[in-house]
Ligand binder design. Sequence first.
Ligand code: NAD
Length: 357
Amino acid sequence: MKKNIAVIRGDGIGPEIVNEALKVLDAVAEKYGHEFIYTDVDMGGCAIDKWGEPLPKEMLDKCLASDSVLLGAVGGPKWDGVPGDKRPEKGLLSLRGGMKLYSNNRPAKLWKQLADASPLKPSIVDNGIDFIVVRELIGGVYFGSHTTEEKNGEAVATDIMEYSEHEIERIGRIGFETAMKRRKKLTSIDKANVLDTSRLWRKVMHRLSEEYPEVEYSDMLVDNAAMQIVKDPSQFDVIVTENLFGDILSDEASMITGSIGMIPSSSLGETSCGLYEPIHGSAPDIAGQNLANPIGTILSAAMMLRYSFDMAKEADDIEAAVTKALDAGLRTGDIMQDGCTKVGCKEMGDAVVGYIG
Ligand code: NAD
């Protein structure tokens, strides 16, 4: 299969970690006879330096013309002083908006080799943590109107939370489709005992669930979900929820798995063209020193294969290769443990490539 991938190396450790992910993609392409064509896209601080803005239109167009986008990270102290609408992170927001990405998908997986990094008790961790949070990204209270006015001699602030049926249905569908590609279990999280938006959310989700009889579907209130994620995370496969709840729960979910350098993410919209990136930033403190952990980016590439290119076997291969590198005791500095071998970013990438076989 031939696929065009827009590649945003970005700033800080971005170029280093993306290089390793591309090496892994090349190994997969060779093994399975695929052709991945990479188009470099400037975004973030490097685009400001070169073009005077964080995401020039022709760069966005390159992303829109691709089958999917792989991103390292953007930003850094060099651009801290530039005005808000010219900051590197503005490039990221413009990219998400330009690609109409309404779904952010973040796996929470605890690698058993790194179990010590989890803040949870071994008795909980031993049951396994492997779920994904599907968060609605461009609706809800973050996108409603925000006002602050004087009433009866004091300031009163209001934020409007609004969801329409089609917004719920399209994110709900991503939840069900994601579950179909995993263990076929979906938990929809809302606050239907209080909020009208949640009652509508639940109604639409129930209607959708009839289209997916193979998926074991359940509802959970958000306050209970916040407790269940730390009490028994092994019960979850796919969680789908609205923007505000997802913002909070996806951070909670990342935290229980340990290292920030290990976690990939995807953002999807109407088409199969998605944006794939690790959840961490550009780590300027370790940039250019071969110290970064490339696994979050490598696993983001695996997600691209699984969710945008329907290459499940190839994605499984990458995840298995990461497992083998960890089993062999290889660790970058951020996940280093006693008795393990400390390696650099490049060596970790080489090891994963070696295990693709
Ligand atoms: P950060 O995630 O870059 O770094 C936080 C800490 O984690 C640092 O100590 C860093 O060394 C470490 N770390 C992060 N990724 C690592 C990896 N792969 N391997 C090893 N260690 C890793 O967060 P920050 O320091 O708050 O932000 C730095 C810059 O990144 C800022 O300019 C910020 O705006 C930007 N940022 C970009 C994105 C993005 O591109 N999506 C996301 C978050 C932050």
